[in-house]
Design a protein around this ligand. Structure first.
Ligand code: FNR
Length: 390
């Protein structure tokens, strides 16, 4: 393997570095997927199967990767996806992520179950960020959390709808992190605690520092350990939610509403009927139902069905700027990346995340220049070799 000490070049280089730095349990929590991880693999592999059509002699001396999304100009059609407990992978990781996202002019989306609360992230800069919501049984708590997000300047709410029940990840079970009560508790104070890097201990509340459960801190009854937190969150997930609940959500949230976790045209249609400003074609990074189609496979039909009425975004398996271009050509207004930003942050901190975002932008430019797309509007189906699609 080439030395990675000087300059990790690709997402897989950052992944390798993250694997060396993180305790196995944490790396597997980020890296793994549900059951046999077939959908997780398909998310990545299906991008590799798509072929671009090379076009030349088109004056590509000026390339513009920027887009307008939800009223904001972005440097490229990409956002950092919400990652629960992402704060365990680097010190105050969500704050570092917000700073890196600001530096590269892309949005950061804070998870409901982030370790840094919404106010701490907002204090980084006045640049708006997105907030992701899991519907909790306690609607009073949901309303308060949304009020806090709004007060912190959040204008885009990402409502995740593919976690009616938590998916089963074999790696987490084998590592004792299955989400059952003992798992995370062991990580904090039991036999696994020695694995935690000193930089991370503040985040998980060891060494006498207070625990922080981010946005949910004040709602977790008697939260003493991350184990209590995990048990509470599991009990709080509201599986009774239907499209009707969007009405309630609309009554307490005036900003943009984006539905995350749609994988069929029928559900995308429901989201549009419910008044969604956007949908995210997503299988939760292959972490929920193994065996569903990859996101890039599901995308074109959904974009065709609702793309003229709502912003169709996608995530799952995006590992380079070339993938971003393929996703946009397949009908996405923008993509989100999950694992890549965590790998980069775990590997090299904030500079690592800035570097990987620079890579994505540079890779986009190469793909655009050699397919003859001078700006994002010119990234259309024409640049895809359709025979690679089926
Ligand atoms: C996630 N994802 C996720 N999604 C969400 O809406 N809320 C959350 O709290 C989390 N938590 C979470 C933790 C970890 C460790 C991962 C890897 C993912 C899903 C995430 O937002 C996104 O949909 C996928 O990560 C996209 O796939 P890639 O880019 O990781 O392949």
């Amino acid at each position: 393997m080439p030395s990675l000490r000087l300059a990790p070049a690709s997402t897989s280089d950052f992944r390798n570095l993250a694997e060396r730095r993180l305790p196995r349990q944490l790396f597997d929590y980020v890296d793994g997927g549900a059951y046999g991880e077939n959908t997780l693999r398909a998310n990545v592999d299906d991008f590799q199967k798509l072929r671009l059509r090379q076009r030349v002699m088109r004056d590509v001396s000026k390339l513009d990767t920027s887009v307008d999304l939800f009223g904001t100009q972005l440097a490229m059609p990409l956002a950092l996806a919400p990652v629960g407990l992402g704060g365990m992978m680097a010190r105050r990781a969500e704050v570092q992520a917000k700073r890196a996202a600001d530096a590269r002019a892309v949005p950061f989306c804070l998870s409901t179950v982030a370790l840094c609360p919404v106010d701490e992230v907002a204090a980084v800069s006045p640049t708006p960020f997105w907030f992701q919501l899991y519907m909790l049984r306690d609607r009073g708590a949901v309303k308060e959390i949304l009020d806090r997000a709004k007060a912190a300047g959040v204008k885009t709410l990402v409502f995740t709808v593919d976690v009616a029940i938590l998916g089963t990840r074999y790696r987490d079970i084998r590592n004792g992190l299955s989400g059952e009560v003992s798992g995370w508790g062991k990580l904090r104070s039991g036999p696994l605690s020695y694995l935690l890097h000193p930089d991370w201990t503040y985040d998980v509340g060891v060494k006498g520092k207070p625990h922080t459960f981010g946005n949910l801190e004040k709602y977790v009854p008697d939260a003493k350990t991350p184990a209590d937190f995990a048990a509470w969150i599991t009990s709080q997930i509201d599986a009774s939610v239907t499209w009707k609940d969007i009405e309630w959500l609309r009554s307490v949230w005036e900003g943009d509403l984006v539905i995350k976790g749609v994988l069929t045209p029928e559900d995308a249609q429901e989201a549009v009927n419910a008044g969604a400003d956007g949908v995210i074609v997503s299988n939760h990074g292959g972490r929920q139902l193994d065996g569903v189609s990859s996101s890039i496979e599901a995308l074109p039909r959904i974009a065709e069905a609702v793309g003229d009425r709502t912003a169709v975004l996608m995530d799952g398996g995006v590992r380079s700027g070339l993938d971003v271009v393929k996703a946009v050509a397949s009908g996405a207004r923008a993509v989100l990346i999950g694992r890549p930003w965590i790998y980069a942050l775990a590997a090299r901190g904030e500079p690592g995340l800035v570097a990987i975002l620079k890579n994505f932008e540079a890779e986009m430019k190469v793909a655009m220049s050699l397919t003859g797309a001078r700006h994002v509007g010119e990234i259309t189906r024409e640049i895809l070799d359709v025979s690679s699609r089926d």
